[in-house]
Ligand binder design. Structure first.
Ligand SMILES: [Zn+2]
Length: 167
């Protein structure tokens, strides 16, 4: 019941991801309809209910564009899981503040990069110029497209792709 379900606005714009439990609640209260079902069925007391994978709201809702929260996972995804100092692709990445926090560096997209533990340690609490290091890519806020925001679910929900294309 916790599997993610893509929620489309009435105009088919992808606006949210909710869990199966909430999606079924929206369908049963006629607030949304199933666009495609995923694998299998949900067994309820009365019936076997097809598990939704994509639903669409019956009424258009207006909401601000979804924005990505700054999380470790999203920083690593933006940086393609590559240490932004040495270019290695490794599993145990860390977050480095380019301008160290104790020097006033903020916890914002443009001041955080993925770094391997060795580079993070080597840089220490220093500025790039003091450490003699540089970043491979200047850190930026990631794209705000619905496609980018929700595409991290595509590995496990490839059927969402046509609904994300172009948004
Ligand atoms: Zn590194």
């Amino acid at each position: 019941m916790l599997a993610p379900v893509l929620v489309l606005n009435a105009n088919f714009e992808p606006i949210n991801v909710c869990d199966t439990h909430r999606a079924i609640g929206l369908i049963l209260s006629d607030k949304a309809s199933m666009v495609i079902n995923g694998c299998g069925y949900i067994r309820t007391v009365a019936v076997n209910f097809p598990r939704p994978s994509v639903i669409r709201l019956e009424k258009m809702v207006s909401r601000p564009r979804p924005r990505l929260k700054l999380t470790r996972r999203e920083v690593f995804r933006r940086d393609s899981y590559i240490c932004q100092y040495c270019g290695r692709k490794i599993n145990d990445l860390t977050i480095d503040h380019v301008v160290p926090r104790h020097m006033g560096g903020q916890h914002i997209w443009t001041n955080v990069v993925a770094a391997c533990p060795q580079c993070n340690h080597r840089k220490g609490g220093r500025r790039l110029e003091d450490a003699g290091m540089h970043v491979l890519h200047i850190p930026k806020e990631p794209p705000t497209s619905a496609f980018y925001i929700f595409s991290r679910h595509l590995n496990e929900n490839s059927e969402w792709e046509p609904f994300l294309q172009g948004w």
